[in-house]
Design a protein around this ligand. Structure first.
Ligand code: SF4
Ligand code: SF4
Length: 347
C-alpha cells in the first residue's frame, strides 16, 4: 500500500525538508490575515486554521500578470511565458490546501485547461504539487461546503492528509507527483497498520455527520431562472456596495481585464491582464458604448446567475464551492446563502 502514516510532530520536518527541494507555499498570518505565501520555515505555517483570504487561484491566475512586452516598431519582443518571467524552473508545493479550495481550483482547471487551454494559467498550474488537508468538520461558521459537495474532491491534489487520531495522520498520494514526495522523505513516514486503516475509513464515514446542508442545489438553476424578476434581487442590490471584494476572494471567480501599459515615450509597452469584477460599472460595456448591465440590480443578479446556472450548465461543475469567503469579507454583511434562499422563497 502506498499510503503512509505521519505524526503531527513530523509534519513541520516534512515542510522544512520540502523547502530545500521546492518553492513551498502555505498559509501564514502575514499582516494578521491568513495569507498564502512562499515560506522559508515551517514555523510560519498556520496549520489548524481558517482558509487563507485569497485561495490558491492567485498562484495560477495571478491578480496581475504580464502577457507580453512589445515595441511599437518591432511588434512583440518578449513573451512573458518565458521561464525567467514565471519561474517555472523549480516546482512549487502548496501545503495545507483545504478540500473546498481544491474543488474550486478544479473549476478553474476546467475553464482554463480543459475547455480552453490558457497557456499562462496552465504553465503555472502544471508546475504545482498540491498537498491537501482533509476537513473533518466545518472550518468556520460561514462554510457550507457540504451543500456544494466540495469537501471530498477526487482529483486536483497530489497528496491528502487526514487526521485519524490525536497526532496521527494518514497521508494518501493521489498522483505520481504525490508518490514521489513520499519517496523523497522516507524517514518521516511510517507504515500504517490495519488498525490505522480501519480508523481512516471510520473517520471518513463519520466526517459526513459533522457537516450540515444550507442550500439545496437540486433544481436550483431552473428555480433561479424562474425568479429572474424576484424582489429579493432589488433588496440586496440596495445593500450591496459594489466593492467587488466577494469576487476577488472567490476561488471560482476568474474574470479579468486586459490592458496595455505604455512607456512615456510611447515606444514600448507591456500587455497585462488583471482581475476584474462583474460588480464593477463598465464590466459589461462593449465597443460603441453599450453597457449590457448598466443597472446595479442586473450586475448584482448576474454574479448569482453565473455561479448557480451558467457554470454548472456549461462545465458540469458547481460554480460555488461553499467556502464562505464572500460572506466573511463582505462589508455589507451579505450572505450568499440568504440571497439564494430569499430569491427561492418567492417561489
Ligand atoms: S463584497 Fe458585499 S458589498 Fe462588496 S460587491 Fe460583494 S456583495 Fe456587494
Ligand atoms: S460564491 Fe462565495 S461561498 Fe461560493 S465559492 Fe465564491 S466565495 Fe466561496
Amino acid at each position: 500500500m502506498v499510503s503512509k502514516l505521519i505524526s503531527r510532530k513530523k509534519i513541520p520536518e516534512l515542510v522544512d525538508a520540502m523547502i530545500g527541494d521546492f518553492v513551498v507555499i502555505a498559509t501564514t498570518d502575514k499582516n494578521n490575515v491568513p495569507t498564502l505565501i512562499e515560506i522559508s520555515s515551517s514555523d510560519e505555517v498556520l496549520f489548524d486554521t481558517e482558509l487563507p483570504m485569497i485561495s490558491i487561484k492567485k498562484l495560477f491566475h495571478p491578480a496581475k500578470q504580464d502577457l507580453f512586452k512589445f515595441n511599437r516598431t518591432k511588434g512583440v519582443i518578449k513573451s512573458c511565458l518565458d521561464e525567467s518571467d514565471i519561474g517555472v524552473e523549480k516546482k512549487i508545493v502548496v501545503f495545507g490546501v483545504r478540500p473546498c479550495d481544491i474543488t474550486g481550483n478544479n473549476v478553474l482547471d476546467k475553464i482554463f485547461k480543459e475547455y480552453f487551454r490558457d497557456e499562462f494559467y496552465s504553465t503555472l498550474r502544471e508546475r504545482a504539487l498540491i498537498i491537501g488537508i482533509n476537513c473533518l468538520q466545518p472550518c468556520y461558521e460561514n462554510c457550507f461546503c457540504e451543500s456544494m459537495s466540495s469537501n471530498d474532491p477526487k482529483s486536483g491534489y497530489d497528496i491528502m492528509l487526514t487526521e485519524i487520531a490525536k497526532d496521527k495522520f494518514i497521508i494518501v498520494p493521489n498522483t505520481d507527483g504525490g508518490k514521489r514526495i513520499l519517496k523523497l522523505y522516507p524517514d518521516l513516514f511510517q507504515e500504517p497498520t490495519d488498525d490505522d486503516f480501519e480508523k481512516y475509513v471510520r473517520t471518513l464515514e463519520l466526517k459526513k455527520n459533522n457537516f450540515k446542508k444550507y442550500i439545496l442545489v437540486e433544481g436550483l438553476p431552473s428555480e433561479l431562472e424562474d425568479k429572474f424578476e424576484s424582489r429579493a434581487w432589488k433588496k440586496y442590490t440596495k445593500e450591496c456596495l459594489f466593492c467587488g471584494s466577494c469576487t476577488f476572494v472567490c476561488p471560482t471567480c476568474y474574470c479579468f481585464n486586459v490592458k496595455d501599459k505604455i512607456s512615456i515615450d510611447l515606444k514600448t509597452g507591456t500587455r497585462q491582464r488583471e482581475w476584474d469584477s462583474c460588480y464593477y460599472p463598465e464590466f459589461a460595456s462593449v465597443a460603441g458604448g453599450h453597457d449590457f448591465r448598466h443597472e446595479k440590480e442586473r450586475r448584482f443578479r448576474y454574479r448569482y446567475l453565473h455561479k448557480f446556472i451558467d457554470i454548472p450548465r456549461r462545465y458540469n461543475v458547481e460554480g460555488c464551492v461553499g467556502c464562505g469567503r464572500c460572506i466573511t469579507y463582505c462589508p455589507a454583511v451579505i450572505d450568499v446563502r440568504d440571497v439564494v434562499e430569499d430569491v427561492r422563497g418567492e417561489m
